[in-house]
Every structure is written in structure tokens, then in C-alpha cells.
Design a protein around this ligand. Sequence first.
Ligand SMILES: Nc1ncnc2c1ncn2[C@@H]1O[C@H](COP(=O)(O)OP(=O)(O)OP(=O)(O)O)[C@@H](O)[C@H]1O
Ligand code: SF4
Ligand SMILES: [Mg+2]
Length: 331
Amino acid sequence: MTAPLLKVEGLHVGFPSKAGVVQAVTDANFEIRPGEVLSVVGESGSGKSVTALAVMRLHPKSTQITGTIEFEGKNLLDLSEEEMRHIRGRDISMIFQDPMTALNPVFTVGDQIVEAIRTHRDITKEKAWARAVELLDMVGVPEPKRRAAQYPHEYSGGMRQRAMIAMAISNDPKLLIADEPTTALDVTVQAQVMEVLHDVQEATGSAMMLITHDLGLVAGSADRMQVMYASRLFETGDLDDIFYDSRNPYTRALLNSIPSLEGPKSALEPIPGNPPSLLRPPSGCPFRPRCSMAIDECKEKTPELLTIEGAHASRCHRVGDFEPMSAGATS
Ligand SMILES: Nc1ncnc2c1ncn2[C@@H]1O[C@H](COP(=O)(O)OP(=O)(O)OP(=O)(O)O)[C@@H](O)[C@H]1O
Ligand code: SF4
Ligand SMILES: [Mg+2]
């Protein structure tokens, strides 16, 4: 098997506050291999973005962070800020939910892509500009020559996100992190931007960590999935493991909360209750207050992430007690 491109081991991320430490990521272990698409899903606040920002080393200075984040065998947490700057935007680049936070309103889109290229490569402005136009064309920005000379506010939301994607791939990164890249867009534009992202990933062969809380979005575009809940990985596996053989009540509830892939839209059932506080997590399984399968043991003991088979693992005391799932549906 190829060596992993990214290997995260025992990652803990905590944010100190007056009231105590907000434990945003607890003991995360995962890998991404070259060219692989890993999707990270979970409700709001489960630690998806914090995990991604830790990989980019973009967390605030005061953050308590332990574990290792190996990229091509190097622990990113040991690198100096200077060394990290060489990696960020070149080997690993990130697409954010809101492109306006990443695009600078006072420079043209073309200039920003040129800047992104020239930060890491010694090429002339003219060549970089030609490359920027090519990249905009590749992500489906119409009339790319003219559009390159425009400012971000002259772009629609969907076009801005395409421009962000163009910028993110401008140095052929080995790993692309997309954090909810389409949530700010309306539904039809979401689908188009996802398609662009998917095509770009295939064309460049880069690996991708795709963060979303929309499980439907993942269905066609990931190799592997990991489900996060209350700072922890709750289930990981190949797409089929998660969609057709999930061994985790949280994942199953999450699948139930999206319109069924095949069935009627009325199947939508939001998960009742809220995730626990990350400041003072309850003892036992963090999903227990919302879990229809909870037993006494769940109150006392936090479940470990147990391997079921191959890449499939689940954090649940009752991994052995699940009924088979019907296609796309849940228990
Ligand atoms: N800089 C920070 N300081 C303090 N707490 C933070 C900080 N960043 C994130 N958190 C907290 O860490 C937890 C995990 O946040 P994170 O942004 O990773 O959630 P998420 O899974 O990305 O959610 P969403 O789907 O809403 O984007 C949340 O409780 C959040 O409030
Ligand atoms: S460990 Fe218990 S509470 Fe947690 S998900 Fe499994 S059955 Fe539910
Ligand atoms: Mg987030």
C-alpha cells in the first residue's frame, strides 16, 4: 500500500478560556493517501474545521495542541512558521466556506492568483498571469481573460468560489482541504461548484479532505468518510461501510436526517437534542443523551474506536448489535 500523504496521530486540540479548556478535537487518528478523497462530516461544532486548521497550522497561538500531524513523513507541528509558509499554499492548500475571507477586495482576481503562484515559484508576472487565466478557464469562469482583470466584488458567489478553487490549485498542491466549500451558495450553484471541485481533484490528482455537514454531497465524491461527533471520530470507513453498513447510532441518525438518496423527501428527521458541552463533557459516551440504543455501560465508559473490518471502525459499545441497513436508509 502507498505511504500516507497525511498521517494524524493522537491529535488533541484545546482552546483555553476563562471557563476552562474547550476540547475541540480529542484523540484524532486518521490518514489520507496520495490522490485519495476523504470526507469529514458531522454536526456543527464537532471539530471538523479545527482539525483542518490544525493541519494548516492556522490555529491561534494560545491553542493547546498535542499529537503528530505528519505530512510526507514530516511532523508539521515541529516546523517553524517559516518552513510552514513554504508548505501552505504550495503542498497543502485550503478552500474556505466564505471566499470573501480569503480573497482580498482591493486586488483583481488575476493579481491574487499571480501572487499565489509567485510566492512559491520563480516565474515572470506575464507567465503567472497566463497561468491564472488558464486556471480560471479550468474552473469554469467564463471569459477568463476579461474576468481575471476584475475584482472579487464583480464576481457572483459561485464565481468567487471558483476563483478560490483556481487559487488553491495554482501550485498543484498534493493535498487540498475544502472546508464546507459550498454552504454559502444556493443549491443549484452548490452542485456546480462541487462538480468543479470534483473535476479539478481528478484532473490534478491531488488528495482532498472535504469537510461538509451535508452527507448527500459526499455520496458521489469521496473514497472514504469520517464522521465526527463532539470532538471525536465516531465512525470511519469506505463510503459503502458508512452508507450501507454503518455500525454507529450517530452516523445512522445523521443519515436519517438527510433526505433519503432514493426515497421521498419526507424522510427528513433532524436528530433530536444537542451535542454536549466541550468545556465540561459528560462522562461516558458523548452521544448517550440522544442515542436510542444507549445502555447502562454507555453512561460509565467512553467507547473506544473499534475496528470492524479493514478501514471500517466505529466508536460504540454496541457495534455488534446493528440490524442491516436497507439501501441508503437506516435502522
Ligand atoms: N479559536 C477558538 N477558540 C475557542 N473555541 C473554538 C475556536 N475555534 C473553534 N472553537 C470551538 O471548537 C469547537 C469545534 O469547532 P469547529 O469549528 O471545528 O466545528 P465544525 O465541526 O467545523 O462546525 P461547523 O459545521 O459549524 O463549521 C466548537 O465548539 C467551537 O466553538
Ligand atoms: S456507545 Fe452507547 S450511547 Fe454511544 S453511540 Fe453507542 S449505544 Fe449510543
Ligand atoms: Mg467548520
